[in-house]
Design a binder for this molecule. Structure first.
Ligand code: GLN
Length: 538
């Protein structure tokens, strides 16, 4: 059981996926936090992978990493960025994680001869997962369920959520259903029927939503509110419109607050209203939307550029860097393969170049072109994880003359593996959750760009990699102008490299994008955009 007084909010989705449930859940969390409540956020994903760590970006978008090294759904990024909550291994459960716990217990004889079934054993395990976040210091635990009402694999999850109101009492549990009101351009009308059907699917399961949040491109009219209220069985004041925002996703909480969603939630949960303080959030938005500085163009060189979700946190962190520097950012996604063979026209006119993380050889030669371009043309450069590895390979090939230099990830036979597998990774064959993951400390060199960006001599950032800088090449690369400005405290692992002979050229083995928030941009993104801004005005 949770501690007395802990309340639960469940957010489900209807009609289609990709409605922005994560952003909505995160926005609700922000509003409740700004009314003085202590919040947690959690995502339940009904698919069978244990976590998204082994999934392709085409399937799942970015794999987000938490402080404790959990490879998680990218919605956890929204939770941390909007609501400032700190996510951990309890913040994301998949059906795979739930089933494997139940199956392992069955093998241990933990069910004492019983038949192990979806109901009650899987549903109990789901309830345990939800309760795991309702710690003593939490007032409201928010759980978002992935997928769409009606998905077969989601059924045990919805059943578990239904049981919650029986277990804890209706006043302690709130169901929010996020649904789509499609606009048919041929008949020029918004349609409420898919949402009515979605609410009916939930009713069949025994869940009647307390609040219906309607995603829509256009404003709903009275007639839509009336129909939705009547046929989804939700009071009129609990039908909330969530229209596409004009400028920034950070406007979503403000728009929801204008419709008093947070007040409604607190009333339904029988909690005091407290004062809502959105001042700093709103002033952040006005800086984001009306920057007084110049236009700054940043190129991101990746291999899934058609798929923005694959680099979600990178784009968000760049936005934060733009807000901190009061500039209008134009971020151009560039397919690295298009640069191969020196076809670097797309890089002309950029004020900053960023090479993000990645896996596998495809696209590497194009990323190396981008690094070389940035280095030779003195364009501010930020390399992240694979981006650091590319920066090292590029220097080794072009400034040290090791033309065969590579990472042993891409060419295990190369004569100069300037990037090689980490010692601790050598015996590992299992793929899921086995990389070097999560927060590790790093000491910064006095006088370096990294030290000046962070204003601190010791930092901690999140990692996700198997390969590292090969220390046998430290001296050779130092002679070619590389400075090792961030090292693990024992001095063994290169965490940051930079070039003092350059405007701003810095690459890190960790992922600074995961710790950046709009109110507290990550120092490296802030410093990178600052350098790009300076470059733009020179
Ligand atoms: N593939 C590289 C490694 O495993 C880089 C990983 C990354 O960019 N996240 O070390």
């Amino acid at each position: 059981m949770p501690h007395d007084g802990c309340k639960f909010i469940f957010v489900t989705g209807g009609v289609v996926s990709s409605l922005g449930k994560g952003i909505t859940a995160a926005s609700i969390a922000l509003l409740l936090r700004q009314r003085g409540y202590r919040i947690t956020l959690q995502k339940l994903d009904p698919y069978l992978n244990i976590d998204p760590g082994t999934m392709s970006p085409y399937q799942h978008g970015e794999v987000y990493v938490t402080d404790d090294g959990t490879e998680a759904d990218l919605d956890l990024g929204h939770y941390e960025r909007f609501a400032g909550v700190s996510c951990n291994r309890n913040s994301n459960y998949t059906a795979g994680k739930i089933y494997s716990a139940v199956l392992a217990r069955e093998r241990e004889g933990g069910y004492l001869g019983k038949t192990v079934q979806v109901i009650p054993h899987i549903t109990d395990e789901i309830k345990k997962a939800v309760l795991s976040q309702a710690k003593e210091n939490i007032d409201i635990a928010i759980t978002e369920v992935g997928g769409t009402a009606g998905d077969i694999e989601g059924l045990p999850f919805l059943e578990a959520l239904r049981e919650f109101s029986q277990d804890l009492g209706r006043e302690n549990v709130l169901y929010i259903h996020l649904t789509l009101i499609p606009y048919l351009s041929a008949s020029r009308e918004l349609k409420t029927k898919p949402s009515q059907q979605s609410a009916s699917i939930l009713r069949n399961i025994g869940i009647i939503p307390d609040i219906l949040i309607c995603r829509t491109e256009r404003s709903l009219q009275n007639e839509h509110f009336r129909k939705l209220s009547m046929f989804c069985n939700v009071p009129r004041n609990a039908v909330i419109e969530e229209k596409d925002v004009k400028n920034s996703i950070y406007e979503v909480p403000v728009e929801l607050a204008e419709q008093k969603l947070d007040e409604l939630i607190l009333k339904k949960l029988e909690l005091p209203l407290n004062n809502l303080d959105l001042d700093s959030w709103k002033s952040m938005i006005s800086r984001a939307v009306n920057p007084s500085g110049p236009l700054v163009r940043i190129g991101v060189i990746g291999k899934y550029m058609g798929l923005r979700d694959a680099y979600k946190s990178i784009f968000e962190a760049l936005t934060h860097g733009g807000i901190a520097n009061d500039v209008a950012l134009e971020v151009k996604g560039i397919e690295s393969e298009d640069l191969e063979g020196g076809k670097t026209d797309a890089l002309e006119g950029l004020d900053g170049i960023l090479v993000p993380g990645g896996f596998g050889y495809r696209g590497i030669e194009g990323k190396l072109e981008a690094v070389q371009f940035a280095r030779e043309r003195n364009v501010p450069f930020l390399g992240i994880c694979l981006g650091l590895q590319c920066a090292v390979i590029e220097t080794a090939r072009h400034l040290v003359g090791l033309s065969d230099a590579n990472s042993s990830e891409f060419n295990p036979e190369c004569s100069h593996p300037v990037i090689h597998i980490m010692e601790e990774q050598k015996g590992i064959t299992e793929k899921g959750g086995t990389m070097r993951l999560g927060l590790y400390p790093c000491d910064l060199l006095d006088g370096s760009a990294a030290r000046s960006a962070y204003g601190n001599s010791r930092i901690s950032e999140r990692h996700r990699h198997r390969y590292e800088f090969n220390n046998e090449y430290r001296e050779m690369l130092a002679e070619a102008g590389i400075v090792y400005s961030g090292l693990s405290p024992d001095g063994q692992l290169v965490e940051i490299v930079e070039r003092p002979d350059h405007r701003w050229f810095l690459a890190c083995q960790f992922h600074p994008e995961f710790t950046s928030t709009p109110l507290k941009p990550n120092p490296l993104f802030k410093a990178f955009v600052k350098a790009a801004r300076k470059n733009a005005s020179e």
